[in-house]
Design a protein around this ligand. Structure first.
Ligand SMILES: O=C(CO)COP(=O)(O)O
Length: 249
């Protein structure tokens, strides 16, 4: 049985004022059967880590470096995230792959670093619109999945996969439920092929324009164990409604 996960990716948004909303969320969902994760900008991780201590809300980073320390101006290591109170880290988000040229090999190295520090890695995969139109979606996802995950240390307790079609991020466009099911079933099969029973236990999140209005039907879709939410996670009311939909699913 996979525990559901509602994850918020704040991207480059949010200031200290947003912390009070997280506290509210944690009080509302103290007894929930849903894991809740917020990945704020790096500047807020330490404060949020303290705020969310003993609450139902976990804190995560949005990226980490593959190395533990060194001359890498502007970067943050997995150990630093952990030191600040993070227990998760998002890796290989399409915005990192596009803005910073991250390859599957880079994502794999970062995943190894995260697992080495005991952080849960939320590894993102997803096709562009051009790739979908060309009928390449499953090939692209399969290649990203194979290249972004290391051979060792991957289990339901250490890794989460987020399927985020690039064309659905921040656009208000969402794949059909059939398209989501096709990709999630494919990811599940690939994980089981490579990791056996552990592949059954890895949680699969859908991400891309998840809103209160479409959350319930997405959560009822095959092999969807939760969501990685961008814009709607910045509004406590919307994120709460998404969590409630996941609880009810
Ligand atoms: O990229 C996303 C989460 O990582 C999704 O963003 P939106 O929910 O804003 O489309």
């Amino acid at each position: 049985m996979r525990k559901k996960l509602a994850a918020g990716n704040w991207k480059m948004n949010g200031t200290g004022d947003a912390l009070s909303e997280v506290v509210q969320l944690s009080m509302d969902y103290m007894t929930s059967n849903v894991d809740i994760l917020i990945c704020p900008p790096a500047t807020l991780i330490e404060r949020m880590g303290h705020t969310a201590v003993d609450s139902a809300v976990a804190v995560g980073g949005q990226d980490c470096h593959a190395k533990p320390s060194g001359a890498h101006t502007g970067d943050i290591s997995a150990g630093m995230l952990k030191d600040a109170g993070a227990t998760y880290v998002i890796l290989g988000h399409s915005e990192r792959r596009t803005d910073h040229g991250e390859t599957d090999a880079d994502v794999c190295a970062k995943t190894e670093a995260a697992l080495g520090e005991g952080l849960v890695a939320v590894v993102c995969v997803g096709e562009t619109e051009g790739q979908r139109d060309a009928g390449e979606t499953l090939d692209v996802i399969g290649t990203q999945l194979a290249g972004s995950l290391p051979d060792a240390g991957v289990s339901g307790a250490t890794v989460v996969i987020a399927y985020e079609p690039v064309w659905a991020i921040g656009t208000g466009r969402v794949p059909t439920l059939e398209q989501i099911a096709e990709v999630h079933d494919f990811i599940r099969a690939e994980l089981v092929k490579r990791f056996g029973d552990d592949g059954q236990r890895i949680r699969l999140l859908y991400g891309g324009s998840v809103k209160p209005g479409n959350a319930a039907e997405i959560f009822a879709t095959s092999n969807v164990d939760g969501a990685l939410v961008g814009g709607a996670s910045l509004k406590a009311a919307d994120f709460s409604a998404i969590i409630a939909a996941l609880e009810a699913a």
